[in-house]
Design a protein around this ligand. Structure first.
Ligand code: KIV
Ligand code: ZN
Length: 536
């Protein structure tokens, strides 16, 4: 392959496919913080969003293109359906970046053609060259994806790919859109494309895949063995339905098993050259940032970034591990930047120390947000002796980067216990600063607070998730509450952390509600479920 970069390119789609996870929607400030951290992590390409979806999505992609994509930084990419309006909007949004890419796509499987697009294969063969040419007239770097490629007729796929490359696509992406394929089948598909598409060496072959059968990472690794050189993945594997292939798992598989993979890159088995450009020490930080800002909790047993992934970090000191780590561990936790939850700051720490630590954790705050975070830090330091990185992350992600608030909590007071019916008195302020107070009874203190908030805000919604966990160990630890609310098919999540879990629950509820209200205002187009209207 002439276009083989000699290593794997990491194409991160956390901000596009990852953000399509129900309830994971991010505001501009949060997207920017994640994009900066992805650049520090060393991803090659950031898919920053789908600019045609809404003005908010357009603005976010444009801002990321302006602030994150430098000459030596990642390529900033935007997604566009195979439509002139989408492609034009994408080109405008990414224009501030010195290195930019338009990623356009159309479905190629018969099931998508018949039931979603209502188009024939011939229609697709006409649209593809026209749209890729158009994209190429607006950007030198064009990627083309055959949506649902894994369920498409390979012969038809070869024709579409051939045409996309002749029209100017420099990257051809093969998605397993519904997470249906198995590793050997996917490997064969990639091999077939490499064999049967005569101009394939003019493009980088990429893969994209969902985890519906839990096979996404395995499928990708088989694709790499058969010539795929770009992997589209997300931090913590978030994304539509069961998510996407997880970046950290792919990168660490290629890192830990380099000797196994080297020959597939035509390298000597012992070659020490890394197979990706990722700075692995940034993995833990990036995982936490994405989890904190999206509210997508990482399962404890998740590979690489789960709390139990490193036995000794989670306090399970096996005799064998103590004697020699390699007995039970294949990765040194330092490789992914996992340090002990070290005590970073205390009561006497100043504003600049807090700012420096936050920057190191990936949070580059505005002056106003920093003031807010510092005030909360001081308040927490009065109640809790040791402030850890996790505490700081909780303070910032759950209290500071919030959407414009329609409602604010002013007071939460609860009485409960063995001989009392849980009763909450709650005061909130509305957008005009007017205060409203009510009292409610509940089955428990949290239920009483949520009932009071529902009656005060008069915003219909269904509470679909409520979880509490402690941020760090110890009796004085912050309790972190995540709440998910649903209304008319829209899901929003809210988080908060406080030494008082009932107060955290009230704040998390209000955060989720403020997000839900702000989502209602945006009418957003889904890149895959909403089809292009009329022509182009
Ligand atoms: O899953 C998929 O097919 C996608 C495409 C838009 C690349 O996300
Ligand atoms: Zn996808």
């Amino acid at each position: 392959m002439a276009k083989d970069p000699g290593r794997v390119l990491i194409f991160d789609t956390t901000l596009r496919d990852g953000e399509q996870s129900p309830g994971a929607s991010l505001n501009l400030e949060e997207k920017l913080a994640i994009a900066h951290q992805l650049a520090r992590l060393g991803v090659d390409i950031i898919e920053a969003g789908f600019p045609f979806a809404s003005q908010g999505d357009f603005n976010a992609v444009q801002k990321i293109a302006d602030q994150v994509g430098g000459n030596d930084g990642p390529v900033i990419c935007g997604l566009a359906r195979a439509s002139k309006a989408d492609i034009k909007s994408c080109a405008e949004a990414i224009s501030p970046a010195p290195r930019k890419r338009i990623h356009t796509f159309i479905a190629t499987s018969d099931i998508h053609l018949e039931h979603k697009l209502r188009k024939s294969r011939n229609d697709v063969l006409k649209i593809v060259p026209e749209m890729v040419h158009y994209a190429k007239s607006l950007s030198d770097d064009v990627e083309f994806s055959c949506e649902d490629a894994a369920r498409s007729d390979p012969e038809f796929l070869y024709q579409v790919i051939q045409s996309a490359i002749s029209s100017g696509a420099g990257t051809i992406n093969i998605p397993d859109t519904v997470g249906y394929t198995t590793p050997s089948e996917f490997g064969e598909l990639i091999l077939g494309i490499n064999k049967h598409v005569s101009n394939i060496d003019e493009a980088v072959l990429s893969v994209h895949g969902h985890n519906d059968l839990g096979l996404a990472v395995a499928n990708f690794l088989e694709a790499v063995k058969n010539g795929a050189r770009q992997l589209e993945c997300t931090i913590n594997g978030i994304g539509e339905r069961a998510g996407n292939a997880a970046l950290e798992e792919l990168v660490m598989a290629l890192h830990v098993r380099r000797r196994y993979f080297n020959p597939f890159f035509g390298k000597d088995i012992e070659s020490p050259t890394p197979l990706t450009a990722i700075r692995t020490e940034e993995i833990t930080k990036t995982s936490r940032l994405v989890s904190n800002l999206t509210g997508m909790v990482v399962q404890p047993n998740k590979a690489i970034v789960g709390a139990n992934a490193f036995a000794h970090e989670s306090g399970i000191h096996q005799d064998g591990v103590l004697k020699n780590r390699l007995t039970y561990e294949i990765i040194d936790s330092k490789t992914i930047g996992l340090s002990d939850n070290r005590i970073s700051l205390g009561k006497l720490s100043g504003r600049s120390a807090v700012r420096a630590r936050l920057e190191d954790l990936g949070y580059d705050l505005t002056r106003e947000d920093l003031n807010d975070a510092f005030a909360r830090f001081k308040d927490l330091a009065d109640r809790k002796r040791e402030i850890t990185d996790r505490d700081l992350e909780a303070i910032v992600s759950e209290q500071v980067m919030q959407p414009e608030a329609k409602f604010q909590i002013r007071l939460v007071q609860v009485s409960c216990g063995t001989a009392l019916r849980p009763t909450a008195t709650v005061t909130i302020a509305d957008q005009d600063g007017r205060e409203h107070t009510t009292v409610a009874l509940g089955t428990g203190p949290v239920d009483a607070v949520c009932k009071a908030l529902r009656s005060l805000t008069r915003e219909q919604n269904e509470l679909i998730e409520f979880s509490v966990k402690s941020v760090t160990e110890g009796i004085d630890a912050l309790g972190e509450v995540t709440i998910r609310l649903r209304r008319d098919g829209q899901i929003s999540s809210g988080h908060s952390a406080d030494t008082d879990v009932v107060v955290a629950a009230a704040q998390a509820y209000i955060n989720a509600l403020n997000r839900l209200v702000s989502l209602d205002k945006k009418s957003s187009i889904h890149p895959q479920h909403d089809i292009v209207q009329a022509n182009l």
